[in-house]
Design a protein around this ligand. Sequence first.
Ligand SMILES: [Zn+2]
Ligand SMILES: [Zn+2]
Length: 183
Amino acid sequence: MNEQKPKINEQVDAIRWRMRHEKLPWRDEIRIIPRWIWGTVIALLGISQIGAQIVHRYTPPRDEPLLAIMAVAAGLALGVDFFLLLFGYVNRDAHRRGMNSTLWTLLAIFVPYLIGLIIYFLMREPLPYGCPQCGATVSARFNFCPHCKYNLRPTCPKCAHVIQPGDAYCPYCAYELKEVAAT
Ligand SMILES: [Zn+2]
Ligand SMILES: [Zn+2]
C-alpha cells in the first residue's frame, strides 16, 4: 500500500477516459467557430459567384455555359471555406483546452499535407470539466479540485489503484466500488 500517488500510466488512462467521454455534439462544436469566419465563408461564396458572372460577361466567348463557370467558382470557394472553418475551429478549440492557440493554429496551417492538423487532433489536451462537488472548472490533469479539495481521481480503497468514475468494481482487485464511485 505504498502507492498513494497514482502511477503515470494510470494518470494517462484517466485522461484518455476523460477524452473518450467528452461529449462534442456537432452543433455545439460548430458554434465555437468565430462569427467573422462564418461571415468570410459566406462572403467568399458570394464573391466567387460574382466573379463567375464577370468572367462570363467580360472575357471572350467560351464554350462553357455560365452554370459550369459558376459551379467551378463555387467549388473553389467551398474548398477555401472548408479550410477556413477547420483552422477557425482549431484556434478556438485549442484556446478552450488551455493550449497555445496561436501556435497550434499556425502549425495546422503551415505544416504541409494536413500533418499539422492531424498532429493537433492527436495531441490536443482533454477539455476541462466541472468538479463534481463544487462545479468549478478543473483541468483533466488535476488530481484534486483546487477550490474544494475534492478527489478527482478516486482510488480503490483496497488496492489504491486509480479507478474511473462509474466503475462498479475495481478493475485491478475486483473490490466492489458502488459507494466510492458515486460521481
Ligand atoms: Zn471542487
Ligand atoms: Zn482495487
